[in-house]
Design a protein around this ligand. Sequence first.
Ligand code: PLP
Length: 408
Amino acid sequence: MPTHDNNLSIPSASRRSFLGLSAAASAAVALRIVTEPMLAEAQRVQPHSFPKDAVRIDANENPLGPCSAARDALTAIIPEGGRYSFNLTNELVASLAEVVELKQEQVRVYPGSSVPLHHAVAAFTSSQRSYVTGDPGYEAGMAAAGTVGARVVKVPLTKNYAHDVRAMLAAAPDAGLFYVCSPNNPTGTLTSHSDIEYLIENKPKDSVVMVDEAYIHFCDAPSAVDLVKAGKDVIVLRTFSKVYGMAGLRCGAAFARPDLLEKLETHAGWNAMPTTALVAAAASLKDTQLVPERKRINTAVRSQVFAWLDRNGYSYIASESNFFMLDTRQPAKAAIAAMAKQNVFIGRIWPSMPTYSRITIGTAVEMEQFQTAWQKVMTGAVTAAVTTTVGEMPNPRRRNLDGIAFPA
Ligand code: PLP
């Protein structure tokens, strides 16, 4: 059953009138960006710091970091750090447009794809137009919907963990934005191109479909970029945080019709990009071996982990990405804490799957450490007592998430 939630933080009318702001402008004041590192941090056993040599596989980061061409570009740009260098933005837009075969006016770059994700939710949802997403799914858009007072409609994934596009359509005739993440965070599973097309063809008038392709490079699935090219009501998101290993450098992109890209700036205008992100991203795109090589490495390590899990009788959801959901056979929070005792940091938990934890694929060596530690947790050799509710979203130590409610 889809679930609905209106109990999300919205700016109060009195605060709005005191500030003399329009509804749209006050929503801009309220829009706070929630990201994967904030969500990962919120559930950590020991927040803000990792012990030396920790295995960090809890936030879908890429242990390989930026490629060597990107590192060289970063070093070379340091003396220019005092300049805004807008030309570098234009150059990256041109390179990206060439790679995905779109026109430059269909491409916009941002400091991470979290920015266009939030701006799209603010632009296309409202108290009259709901936000529709899969469950379990990436929570950032739900938080953004809350800040603009939009109803959040969470529709369970199908039994194969794809977005149930027909149920999404049925659940929200008032939809403003449908969010489809493929591969999906946290299950790593795909939604077919034909289902995305069906969603676009059957959605309510004036609504938009946003396809988040943060992890698309790790799988063989076709992109939805062709639907942008065809002029559909679709926004495709990409990021340099995952396969390109640039999460800390902050670079992402949105692909859409120019009129839709304009709307993303309804609540907050576009701002200058960090030049470090621009040059590292541009250098990464020039390295034509980067994506196939990193995809090959991730697939090889993931297959090795899955084979080990199979041999040992542990169950998991077969993912096509650089992370997967692992059955903890106990409250996942206890398993995460027992792993942390062994310096292996896994996570996160989703409320609809309280006995599963998401595991990011690290290096081959890190995943061997993961396996050794996991065996000890599952045989009861290492245990940890946990006192708080399993699967809860809030954490007293969470940073920047206060006042943002997540629908259960
Ligand atoms: N979309 C999904 C599904 C993610 O998992 C993430 C980060 O983990 C993002 C978007 C945002 O990434 P960034 O803002 O680093 O580009």
